[in-house]
Design a binder for this molecule. Sequence first.
Ligand SMILES: [Zn+2]
Length: 244
Amino acid sequence: MAPVIIEDPVAGTVPRHPTVIYYHHVHPSLEHYTSLTPSDFARSLDLLLECLSLCDPNCLWDGGRLCLPAEPSFLVTFDDGYRDVWKYGLPILEARGVRAMFFVTTGLVGTGSCSGDRPKEDYLDWPQCRELVARGHMVGAHGVFHYPLTDVTTSRAAADVRESIAEVESRLERACSFFAYPFGCVPAGRPICPENVWGFGTVKAPLHPWVLHPQCIRRTYLPTGNEGAWPALIAHWRRQWSRR
Ligand SMILES: [Zn+2]
């Protein structure tokens, strides 16, 4: 039977698992369903920190082995590797001691607009990615060219995953075992990630225990434009942690 999928951020986490939040942009004026202004981004982290404990990805995957926290917690992730997150988001993260995961589209790393002020076209470069790792964050792969992997053959999708992970590994000179599916599209059927890789979906992913489905980790988000609902949403995620 196909798993039930709840494309609603309310369904945050699997019991006893961290709530994994995904953001795309932190920018003063950009409109996107997971783009927040710097002040809203700071508020989102403060609300999360009030209600949940902070999950450091380095501790969660200690030496590659999953160590689930013993209390309700949250993990911060960013998709696509946009440069605005570096400029606006990183200082806010680091002022709160938050270590995050950044999933970069490898074919777009280092590219940008001529003016440098088109947030949807301006990406982190490799020195910035290396700096993120040096500061304790994690960098994972998000495909080579960011197309939905459900639109191509299984072998093409698997090659995209492999190539983007290999690029991260060679640029950062370290193993990479984290991949986020572009557009949250997790191909059904044969797995496309190498066996040792953890795969992250979005709210399109079903709620599965991670060890049983390590390549289909559900993430959720704090909806832009509905900030008033965040405290109740986060409190709900906390309650989900202890549900049986
Ligand atoms: Zn993406």
